[in-house]
Design a protein around this ligand. Sequence first.
Ligand code: BYC
Ligand code: FE
Ligand code: FE
Length: 497
Amino acid sequence: MSEQLDTLVEVSESIHGDNFVEVKYDDLIPNNVDLSSDRQLLRALEAWHPNYLDWWKEMGPEGFQESEVYLRTAVGVDPTGWAKFGHVKMPEYRWGILLAPKVEGRTIPCGRHKGQAAWQEVPGEYRSLLRRLIVVQGDTEPASVEQQRYLGKTAPSLYDMRNLFQVNVEEGRHLWAMVYLLVKYFGKDGREEAQALLERRSGQQDNPRILGAFNERTPDWLSFFMFTYFTDRDGKMQLAALAESGFDPLSRSCRFMLTEEAHHLFVGETGVGRTVEATCTAMKKAGITDPYDIEAIRALGVVDLPLLQRKANFHMSVTRDLFGSEISSNAADAFSSGLKGRFNEANLTDDHELQEATYPVMQVENGQLVTNEIPALRAINSRLLDDYIADCQGGLDRWNKTIENAGIDFKFTQPHKGFNRRIGEFAGHRISPYGELLTEEAWQAQSGAWLPNDSDMAFINSLMKPCHQPGEYASWIAPPRVGINKQATDFEYVKIA
Ligand code: BYC
Ligand code: FE
Ligand code: FE
């Protein structure tokens, strides 16, 4: 799907209603939340802004802060014209606060308050649970920027570099979106949480980011593409679940964030897809049909398909951990209180309360994998994980089509749900990609064939040579079919300073 189309589809899915407030570009902080009429909030945000910029300069994209980047800036929430494009220096990007339009008469879609008017203020009894959800969501956004900060140097083209920076500034805006909620609705502790979001650091021992995957490294561009395909997709699923929140400001924030998320997923899907394409084209040209003829394939300066599968296995498994324990009382509380719904909650046809319902959850029992019916309320995370796994498949199918069209006998697959897990039902067990329970010895002997090994990483590293001239693309990745915003593929997407 073209990016324009992808974006439009997601926009129309996530924005309904027609009453929106114009974005005020005169203000320091572009917004459609009428900031200027709330002096206290404005002051709190203006105080946070310089700290945010300090964080961005310290932890954001390294080496390109003075370069002019062809960026999309959100300027409104009207689906037909919500963004404008132009060259800007990243520190001068206008990070704004934009909520999707209010839906008049919206009610709480799930849980014990189902059908009551959606909350416009924080429901006191759920204050700390709600704050925790917003903080966890907010924490992932700057974390991903930190993880990706060294990638500019080895960008395989200016087009890709621009996409990286686009994703980075928008994750920065997602942080703003959560900070707005904290500062506006949670008083002093909200302001403290907003500050703490700038202080935790991805991968740092004494003050790490909250969730596991956001403390992993994103050391190379293949990791970046896998991350934006698989981990930004956790973002999509979680934002979709939070868009169902009975707390209306959170719902509206997340609905607008989803419009930007579509581009992140596009960057991931096409990034991996173009890598697959380069590999298939080079193999064909060299007359290689065996995808396991690794040495010959790597000699062509492209990435062998089995290595891409191992990379995908890693990113899929750490991202699955982001859904939390399959069986979780936290998740039950969030759902029952109406703070977080399921994926597509509004379109599901059950009673949206789940007092009696059950849900099948896979568990390890007596050395075997079994599926048990669990009270559905406690299986909310499990269900979202299953929805996520289904949502991942589309990209794999499209990558497989490219391989099939090239006449190569290879197929990407998703590993078993229990493979390489650290959180939830499968934590502490060793499970192969094919769903066999293994002894520790058997796992140690084989995991190098399932997860990127040292020689894989060394090979990928050897490919990470910058291509910083307009129209130049690294050997391992095919140029895109179309550029960004209808620009040519050799457009100067980044004017390197
Ligand atoms: N790593 O009952 P449990 C995105 C903690 S991505 C470390 O199992 P619960 C993005 C958990 O916090 C979307 N710790 O799970 C993507 C809890 O600790 P506390 C991010 C973990 O609470 C790319 C304890 O274990 N948004 O936007 O039902 C680029 C027991 O928790 C992990 C959200 O996640 C882990 N993997 O669910 C940029 C939505 N998993 O509280 C951005 C908001 C669990 O006892 N968050 N723990 O100290 C949530 O809905 C929930 O917090 C979770 C966890 C789904 C994450
Ligand atoms: Fe985000
Ligand atoms: Fe994202």
